[in-house]
Write a protein that binds this ligand. Structure first.
Ligand SMILES: [Zn+2]
Length: 419
């Protein structure tokens, strides 16, 4: 596949840029000009075919030349060039809603000062709860014009549903939740296997409702392409398999290999060759099995229960995540679906195995039930911690993000993967 943002795509494929009347590379809908931008109000339109990209005559409205990529055999210009959700959704649709509508948009959709401050304070208060897996912590709406793509992703998948609840009017909140649920599904392989058609219906509903709630002029290139992205997931796998998040991380890595301005490509190839030669064993070689774990940060003053004693540790590291006894990295779900917070890792002499000492949440319920129950995706509202207890470490299934909400917490599984 080839990954582009909209600007690079039009310059490599010689197709119309994202502001053009025929800018959709997936369908033949002609945009209309409303409020200084091109919009695509129709939900259904004739799909584009690979032949469209290869024949200049037929497409004088769409193409201005024939791309050199056509020289590579068996490329399908429609399906092998997937849409990039980092630009399209995080920096496109979510930014449009958060920054250009709620925070700084025109009346009547702009938030009043009270709600603007409430959401900002909510976001700021989450800082200390964001697990160390995230490079960034939430910032208030006043800084939202400078949010990075990863901050919009964090808002869409994790913090947004929590900080907007009971602040945004219900219609707008449930509209946002339908996008949240659709992307929660599309980003995770397991959910894609079960709920892909449902995600497609949700995105159609989201686009249709955008027109009703915010107006036809919102259906720009980015909003329109939500109608096509599920086809790309069908062909290429879940969103992280073809997102620019991973390719941009790799670009950053490549940039750091360059030491002088000349012979850039030669330098990169030489450095990568040197690095590959010196890597003798892959990272996390001891954790190749999903059930394996490593103990870290030994200590001797943790909380203990009957049958448990030293050695004690503050961290248990698994192949995909680490659980620690600090506030932001302590929450996890066990294989029997009990949700716990870890307070210590110790050794149990009666069963001869490492255990996690902690407490489980006794009240576990759906955090939202529209457009469907959040429990389908392992997202819950939890409260009421039990007395101290212990469970074998091998029972730990997944790390959870635990965000405070009213008198309890909303817990959400870590969904995105950058690698
Ligand atoms: Zn289209």
């Amino acid at each position: 596949m080839f990954l582009f943002d909209a600007v690079a795509k039009s310059s490599v494929l010689y197709c119309k840029g994202h502001s053009g009347y025929y800018s959709c590379t997936k369908c033949k809908q002609k945009g209309i000009y409303i409020n200084d931008r091109v919009c695509f109000p129709d939900l259904v339109s004739e799909p584009r075919t690979n032949e469209c990209f290869l024949s200049l005559n037929e497409n004088n409205n769409f193409l201005s030349g024939v791309s050199i990529l056509g020289d590579i055999p068996n490329i399908n210009f429609v399906s092998d060039i997937p849409l990039d959700y980092m630009h399209l959704i995080c920096l496109g649709v979510v930014k449009r809603l958060v920054v250009q509508t709620w925070a700084f948009g025109p009346i009547p959709h702009k938030l009043c000062a009270r709600d603007f401050n409430k959401i900002s304070l909510n976001l700021e208060s989450l800082k200390q709860f964001i697990p160390s897996d995230f490079a960034r912590v939430p910032r208030g709406l006043s800084e939202s014009k400078r949010w990075k793509a990863t901050e919009f992703r964090q808002f869409l998948l994790y913090s947004g549903p929590v900080v907007l609840k009971n602040v945004l009017p219900p219609t707008k909140y449930f509209h946002f939740l339908s996008l949240h649920v659709a992307i929660v599904i599309l980003i995770n392989k397991k959910h894609c296997d079960t709920y892909l058609d449902y995600a497609e219906q949700l995105l159609e509903h989201f686009v249709k409702s955008t027109k009703i709630i915010y107006g036809t002029h919102y259906l720009s290139h980015n909003f329109h392409n939500l109608l096509h992205i599920v086809d790309d997931v069908r062909k290429h796998g879940c969103l992280d398999k073809f997102s620019n998040f991973s390719s941009e991380n790799y670009l950053y890595y490549i940039k750091k290999l360059i030491r002088k301005p000349s012979d850039v490509l030669e330098q990169i190839i030489k450095r990568i060759g040197e690095i590959e030669k010196h890597i003798s064993s892959p990272k996390n070689c001891n954790l190749s099995d999903k059930n394996n774990f490593e103990m870290g940060n030994p200590h001797n003053d943790g909380v203990l229960v009957n049958n448990c004693g030293g050695p004690q540790y503050k961290t248990a590291k698994f192949i995909d995540f680490s659980i620690s006894i600090n506030k932001k990295d302590c929450c996890c779900v066990l294989k029997n679906n009990i949700i716990i917070t870890a307070e210590n890792f110790a050794f149990c002499s009666s069963t001869n195995e490492f255990v996690v000492v902690g407490r489980c949440f006794e009240t576990v319920q759906d955090f939202y039930d529209q457009p469907c129950n959040s429990s389908n995706f392992g997202i819950f509202f939890v409260k009421n911690l039990s007395d101290l207890n212990y469970w074998p470490i091998k029972y730990i299934k997944n790390k959870l993000i635990k965000l405070p909400y009213t008198d309890g917490f909303v817990v959400l599984p870590l969904l995105h993967h950058d690698e």
